[in-house]
Structures are given as structure tokens and as C-alpha cells.
Write a protein that binds this ligand. Structure first.
Ligand code: ADP
Ligand code: ADP
Ligand code: MG
Length: 451
């Protein structure tokens, strides 16, 4: 087993991984920025090293500083969490050259799945259905017009290097294309350092369903069921996720799971990863992309399988084989996660920052909290607005929904605004309660449409 791991991240996910390390007897090293000095992840770790000032570029994304922290600490391996360096092949390569292990897939697998165009190619090669669209990046605006005409409107323009819901534009008619094309390109260039754009058929009001996979270095790979993530904000960012997707026919679940394993295996994948699909109203599914890291919403999978994904990731990096096979995976109960963010629903979800003066977290049976916050902690404007993940578990979806409603009712944060009041309304809506929703649900809810 590894003896010391550095966590190249902050916030709730750093806390999550630090706890996992401690449970396995692994020493943990946190990194932090000056403004994060009081964050819980710094307090929970065995050691902590400052890597810069406030902004991400100065600190958590400062490659030289983070690598130096890895070396100084004597860590044998680095867990990247999600976001930050988690899907950057150059980080894994740099670690390798220092003789430090990366808790994640091999570099070649990160590269193969790193952009949406090559990921789709890998899926097609495995006979996995994909959303109809361009064959890779589209060179010019006039090519875009031709392709869009061929696949039929509406279409989406997507940044090939995109992620986190950014860089996606919907085009409903040819006359809109020129303007949106330029916007999408500029946005992609600014956000991801590459202006490459691909075109995809816009599946109208699909479900977002993703499969968790995990593989070891001995060629064993399994899938751990699906997560339903259709409750997304206006910018395609997930808000509430659940597992399992109760209305998914078992036969479709099996085909999706096998598809995910096939695609991941084809690029030599190891460790934890997620294959994302869109599912239409006929339960036909289409490969969307693969996230080559631990996903924000991984706890709902842990809750219904009883498997600790962070433990498995660390064990696999230690060179151990997967302790279970596909037949051992049992799904039981229903779990839901709500992302609590410092965003003000009364101000168009603008970020809210400042000192948290009061923090009354929910509790009770079947309630799990993942957070780095507490009363007295200051939320800075530099980082992602995620404050906490509230995860609930019940025997059935109905029980889990009731628990989520109760827990959100209990949850009080003072000093800064949060999206809790909005989440309370959302999960009390009939559409949410009955599970009859798709990726267009939140936009319709915000527009005040009857649901
Ligand atoms: P998940 O699919 O795990 O729910 P998200 O898409 O919500 O993940 O992204 C997880 C985190 O990583 C968010 O904080 C998001 O802003 C960040 N993120 C995701 N992809 C990228 C990327 N390509 N570049 C920068 N940040 C990203
Ligand atoms: P990201 O890398 O930003 O996570 P994804 O390709 O995973 O981008 O898409 C994010 C979300 O955008 C999906 O969950 C879905 O809601 C929407 N979306 C993406 N592609 C399509 C599509 N072809 N048709 C309809 N919705 C889509
Ligand atoms: Mg995605």
C-alpha cells in the first residue's frame, strides 16, 4: 500500500480524499493557497504545504509550485480530485518524470479521452452509439453550415476541449449559425486554450445518464451502475444527481454498462472513470464523453453499492487487484446528492462571498455531508462556488426524496447567500417528486412553467 499521498486539490473533494487516505493508513499531504489557510482540508491532512496566493493560476494550477510541493513532501503518489490537474495529461507526465504515481488512469488514456472529438472516435470504434455530428473538429464556418444542414437543426456547437458545462451553444436555425460560431470559438479559445469546435445534433430534452467504471492494472474492469444527472442549471452544470435511474430498464442498464467498459478498455483505461451518455425518450442511448477522474457525484454510487471509490482508487494505484468482480456488484436502495453552492437565487445565481457566520448542517439516518466549510470560514471569490454536497439515502426513491426535502429544510447557512432556498423549491415540485424530468427541467422550472 502507498504510504504517503498528496492531494492536489482543495475544498470538499480534498477532505474526501484525505479521509480515505487516513482510513487506509496512508499519510496525507494537503496543498493550499494563502486564502484557503483556514479550510478544513488543511486541518484534516497530516501535513500541508502552501502553493501560492489567492487565484487558481497562482496556486492550485501553478504547475511548478504544485510539483515542488510533491517533491518536498516526499509523497509517493498524487490524487488530483476533480477539475484542476485531474484531466491534464501533462501533469501526469510531469509526475512520472519525478517518479511519483498519479492516482488515476495512464497518461495515454487521459489523452485518448481528453477531447470530445477523439473520445467519440474511440466510442465509434467500439460500436458504441454516439450523438450524430461532425467527424471531429469542424474547420470553418461554411463547413459548419453544411454539416448542420445535413444533421438537421437544432444543433450544438461544442468546444472540443470543453468541460464543466462551458463552451456549449445551441443553434436553432442556419441564420443564427455565423454569430454563434464566432462566439463559441472565442469562448473556447479563452476558456480552454483551443478554439476547436465540433457539431452535434441537439437531442431535445434527453436524460443525462452516466456509468461509473473502475479497472485495475491486471485487466479487470467493472461498472458500478448508473447515475441520473439531468437536473442541471442553465449552463449545463449538474445540480442534483441520483442513483440508480429508477426507470431505466435492466436490459438497457446492462448494455450501457458493457458499452462503457468496452470503450474504456479500448484505450487501456485503469482506475476510476465515468462514461457519460444521453438517453432519449425511447431509452436509446448515445455516448457523450468520458471523464477520466473521480466525479463530483461519486458518493451516490458509493451509497447504493457500499463501495468506497476513493479506497479502490488508492488500492489500484498501490498495485492491488480489484477485490470484486461484476457479479459481486449489488445495487441496493436509492441515493440523491444536492450541490450546495454560494450562489444567490434572488440575484440570478450570482456568486456570494464572505464569512460564513452560521452553519447548521442537517443530520440523521441516511444523511451524509461532504464539505470543507464551517461557521467562521470565509468563502473567497477565487474558486468554484461549491460549499457542500448533501447526500441522502433511502430504501426507495420516494424515501430518498423525502429525506432530501427534510435535510434541505434543516440546512441553514448564515452570512452568505446560498442556493438552498432554490433547491428546497425545486425538490418539492411535482415533476421532481415523481421523477418525470429531463435536462430541460430546471430551465422550465425557472421560467415558471407548470411542471
Ligand atoms: P462532474 O461531471 O464530475 O459533475 P463537472 O462537470 O461539474 O463534473 O465539473 C467538476 C469540476 O471541475 C467543476 O468544478 C468544474 O468547474 C471543473 N471542470 C470540469 N471540467 C473542466 C475543464 N475542462 N476545465 C476546467 N475546469 C473543469
Ligand atoms: P461537459 O464536458 O461540459 O460536461 P457534455 O458533453 O458532458 O459537456 O455535456 C454537458 C451537458 O450538456 C449534458 O449533460 C446535456 O445536458 C447537454 N448536452 C450535451 N450534448 C448534448 C446534445 N448533443 N444534445 C442535447 N444536450 C446535450
Ligand atoms: Mg460532461
Amino acid at each position: 500500500m502507498l504510504s504517503k499521498v498528496l492531494i492536489a486539490n482543495r475544498g470538499e473533494i480534498a477532505c474526501r480524499v484525505i479521509r480515505g487516505c487516513r482510513e487506509l493508513g496512508i499519510k496525507s499531504v494537503a496543498i493550499f493557497s494563502e486564502v484557503d489557510r483556514e479550510s478544513l482540508h488543511v486541518k484534516l491532512a497530516d501535513e500541508a504545504i502552501c502553493v501560492g496566493h489567492g487565484s487558481n493560476g497562482d496556486s492550485y494550477l501553478n504547475l511548478a509550485n504544485v510539483l515542488m510541493a510533491c517533491q518536498i513532501s516526499g509523497a509517493e503518489a498524487v490524487h488530483p480530485g476533480y477539475g484542476y490537474f485531474s484531466e491534464r495529461a501533462n501533469f501526469a507526465v510531469a509526475l512520472e518524470s519525478l517518479g511519483i504515481k498519479f492516482v488515476g488512469p495512464p497518461t495515454a488514456a487521459i489523452e485518448a479521452m481528453g477531447d470530445k472529438a477523439s473520445a467519440k472516435k474511440a466510442a465509434i470504434a467500439c460500436d458504441c452509439p454516439v450523438v450524430p455530428g461532425s467527424d471531429g473538429a469542424v474547420p470553418t464556418e461554411s463547413d459548419a453550415l453544411v454539416i448542420a444542414e445535413k444533421i438537421g437543426y437544432p444543433v450544438l456547437l461544442k468546444a472540443v476541449a470543453g468541460g464543466g458545462g462551458r463552451g456549449i451553444r445551441r443553434v436553432d436555425a442556419p441564420e443564427e449559425l455565423a454569430g454563434l460560431w464566432k462566439m463559441a470559438q472565442a469562448e473556447a479559445q479563452a476558456s480552454f486554450g483551443s478554439g476547436e469546435i465540433l457539431i452535434e445534433k441537439c437531442v431535445v430534452n434527453p436524460r443525462h445518464v452516466e456509468i461509473q467504471i473502475i479497472g485495475d492494472s491486471f485487466g479487470n474492469m467493472i461498472y458500478l451502475g448508473e447515475r441520473e444527472c439531468s437536473i442541471q442549471n442553465l449552463r449545463h452544470q449538474k445540480l442534483v444527481e441520483e442513483a440508480p435511474y429508477a426507470d431505466l430498464p435492466p436490459e438497457v442498464r446492462k448494455r450501457m454498462g458493457e458499452c462503457a467498459v468496452r470503450v474504456a478498455s479500448s484505450v487501456g483505461y485503469q482506475n476510476a472513470g465515468t462514461v457519460e451518455f444521453l438517453v432519449d425518450s425511447n431509452n436509446d442511448f448515445y455516448f457523450l464523453e468520458m471523464n477520466t477522474r473521480l466525479q463530483v457525484e461519486h458518493p451516490v454510487t458509493e451509497e447504493i453499492t457500499g463501495i468506497d471509490l476513493v479506497h479502490l482508487m488508492l488500492q489500484i494505484t498501490s498495485g492491488l487487484p480489484l477485490p470484486i468482480s461484476q457479479e459481486d456488484v449489488e445495487i441496493s436502495g436509492h441515493a440523491i446528492e444536492a450541490r450546495i453552492t454560494a450562489q444567490d437565487p434572488d440575484k440570478d445565481f450570482a456568486p456570494s462571498t464572505g464569512r460564513i457566520t452560521g452553519w447548521r448542517a442537517p443530520g440523521g439516518r441516511g444523511v451524509r455531508m461532504e464539505t470543507h466549510c464551517y461557521a467562521g470560514f470565509s468563502v473567497s471569490p477565487f474558486y468554484d462556488p461549491l460549499l457542500a454536497k448533501l447526500i441522502v439515502r433511502g430504501r426507495t426513491r420516494e424515501e430518498a426524496v423525502t429525506k432530501l426535502q427534510t435535510a434541505l429544510h434543516e440546512f441553514e447557512i448564515e452570512g452568505i447567500a446560498s442556493n438552498i432556498p432554490f433547491l428546497r423549491r425545486l425538490v418539492a415540485s411535482e415533476g421532481y417528486e415523481t421523477g418525470q424530468f429531463d435536462t430541460g427541467f430546471v430551465p422550465r422550472f425557472l421560467a415558471g412553467e407548470a411542471l
